[in-house]
Design a protein around this ligand. Structure first.
Ligand SMILES: NC(=O)c1ccc[n+]([C@@H]2O[C@H](COP(=O)([O-])OP(=O)(O)OC[C@H]3O[C@@H](n4cnc5c(N)ncnc54)[C@H](OP(=O)(O)O)[C@@H]3O)[C@@H](O)[C@H]2O)c1
Length: 331
C-alpha cells in the first residue's frame, strides 16, 4: 500500500505535504467562489478534461504526489484515470484517493439543477460505486473514503457495509472517510472506534480544517496518533481565504500577515494547515494553473509560532462556518 509522506516535526512544508483535489474541475458546477472568472467560457467535457490534465501535469511537475477525486465530481475520476494511463511514470509514484457515497445527478449542468448530488452511505451504493471506481482507476485506487460522513451516517454502524470495507482494505486499499459539518470531531471519534473482527476498520480521514473552521483539530490529532492518514480539504474555505475574497474584518489578521511577509493569503492559509502537526496532506483545490502555483508557494513558507497564533484570531464558531458554507451557491 502506498504510504503518505512523513509529516513529523516540520513547520516549513516540503511540496509532498500538498495534494491536488479535482472537485472544482471535474464538472461544470461547484460551490467555490469565482468559477465564472476561472473556468473556460464554455465548460464542455473537453475543456474541463484539458484543464484537469493541465493541473495534474503541473502539480506533478512541481512535486505533488497525492491526488484526490470522487465518484460525484462529474467526470473527475475519468479525467484522473486518463491522465494516469497517459503518464505511467507519474502514475507509479502517485497516491490516488477517491470517494464513494454521493451519486452525481447534475447531468453536466452548472446551476439551476434541483439536486447536484445524492448522498447514500449504503452497502448497495458501495457495491455499485466501488465497481465504477475500479473500472476507471483499476490498481491506482490507493485510498477510498466514504464521502462526507456526519454522525448519523450508517457508515459508522452498518455491519454489512463494514464487512465490505474490510474486504477492500484486505486488498491493500486504505479505507477511510471524509467529514463535513459542525460535528466533524464527533464523527472522527466515532470512526476511530469502529472495528471489524477486533481490528480498527478505518485508517484515513479527509476533513475540513482552515483558518476559519478549526474545530476538528483535536480529533484529527487523535486520528494521526492512531496512525491514520489525515488529509486536509477546504483549506481555502472554498475560496473565502483567497486574496480577492479575504477583504472583510474577519480576515484582517491574514491580510496583515500577507502584507508583512509578501506572501499571498491563499499560500499563508495552506501553510497554516500544513503547519498542523497532525496534517499528512493538505489539498489545493486550484481551478487554474495560476492558483496552483500560488497555492503551492505554501510549501516554502515556514510560519513562526507567533504568526500561527496571530492567525488563530480568524477562527469562527463551527456552526457559523457551516451555515455560511451551506449557503454557498452552486455555479
Ligand atoms: N466532502 C469532501 O470529501 C470534500 C468536500 C470539499 C472538498 N473536497 C476535496 O478538497 C479539495 C479542495 O477543496 P475545495 O476546492 O472545496 O475548497 P478550497 O481548497 O477551500 O478552495 C479552492 C478554491 O479556492 C479558490 N482559489 C484557490 N486559490 C486561489 C487563488 N490563488 N486566487 C483566487 N482563488 C483561489 C478557487 O475557486 P474559484 O476559482 O472558484 O474562485 C479554488 O477552486 C477538492 O478539490 C476536493 O478534492 C472534499
Amino acid at each position: 500500500m502506498p504510504t503518505a509522506p512523513a509529516t513529523e516535526g516540520s513547520v516549513s512544508s516540503p511540496i509532498t505535504r500538498f495534494g491536488l483535489g479535482t472537485a472544482a474541475v471535474g464538472r461544470p458546477g461547484y460551490i467555490t467562489l469565482g468559477r465564472d472568472l476561472d473556468l473556460p467560457a464554455e465548460r464542455t467535457v473537453a475543456a474541463l478534461r484539458e484543464r484537469t490534465h493541465a493541473l495534474l501535469d503541473a502539480a506533478h511537475a512541481a512535486g505533488v504526489r497525492y491526488f484526490d477525486t470522487a465518484r460525484s465530481y462529474g467526470r473527475a475520476e475519468e479525467f484522473v484515470a486518463e491522465w494516469l494511463a497517459a503518464r505511467p511514470e507519474a502514475a507509479a509514484e502517485s497516491v490516488v484517493g477517491s470517494k464513494w457515497g454521493y451519486t452525481y445527478t447534475a447531468d453536466w449542468q452548472a446551476s439551476g439543477v434541483p439536486v447536484h448530488e445524492v448522498k447514500e452511505h449504503s452497502a448497495t451504493v458501495f457495491d455499485r460505486q466501488v465497481q465504477e471506481t475500479r473500472a476507471l482507476l483499476g490498481p491506482h485506487l490507493d485510498v477510498y473514503l466514504v464521502h462526507s460522513v456526519t454522525p448519523d451516517s450508517p457508515a459508522l454502524t452498518d455491519p454489512a457495509l463494514h464487512a465490505r470495507l474490510a474486504a477492500l482494505a484486505g486488498q491493500g486499499v486504505r479505507v477511510g472517510l471524509s467529514t463535513s459539518g459542525p460535528a466533524q470531531a464527533r464523527t472522527i471519534r466515532a470512526a476511530l472506534a469502529v472495528t471489524v473482527g477486533g481490528r480498527p476498520l478505518f485508517s484515513a480521514v479527509q476533513a475540513t480544517w482552515n483558518l476559519l473552521e478549526t474545530s476538528a483539530a483535536p480529533a484529527l490529532a487523535e486520528a494521526h496518533a492512531a496512525g491514520w492518514l489525515v488529509v486536509v480539504k477546504e483549506g481555502m474555505a472554498n475560496g473565502r481565504l483567497a486574496d480577492r475574497n479575504a477583504t472583510g474584518p474577519d480576515t484582517a489578521a491574514l491580510r496583515a500577515l500577507a502584507a508583512r511577509t509578501g506572501a499571498t493569503c491563499d499560500a499563508l492559509a495552506l501553510a497554516a494547515a500544513a503547519a498542523q502537526p497532525w496534517a499528512g496532506i493538505v489539498l489545493s483545490g486550484a481551478a487554474t494553473l495560476e492558483q496552483l502555483t500560488s497555492n503551492l508557494a505554501a510549501a516554502g513558507l515556514g510560519l513562526a509560532p507567533e504568526e500561527l497564533a496571530g492567525l488563530a484570531a480568524l477562527a469562527e464558531p463551527a456552526e457559523t462556518y457551516w451555515r455560511t458554507r451551506t449557503g454557498l451557491p452552486w455555479a
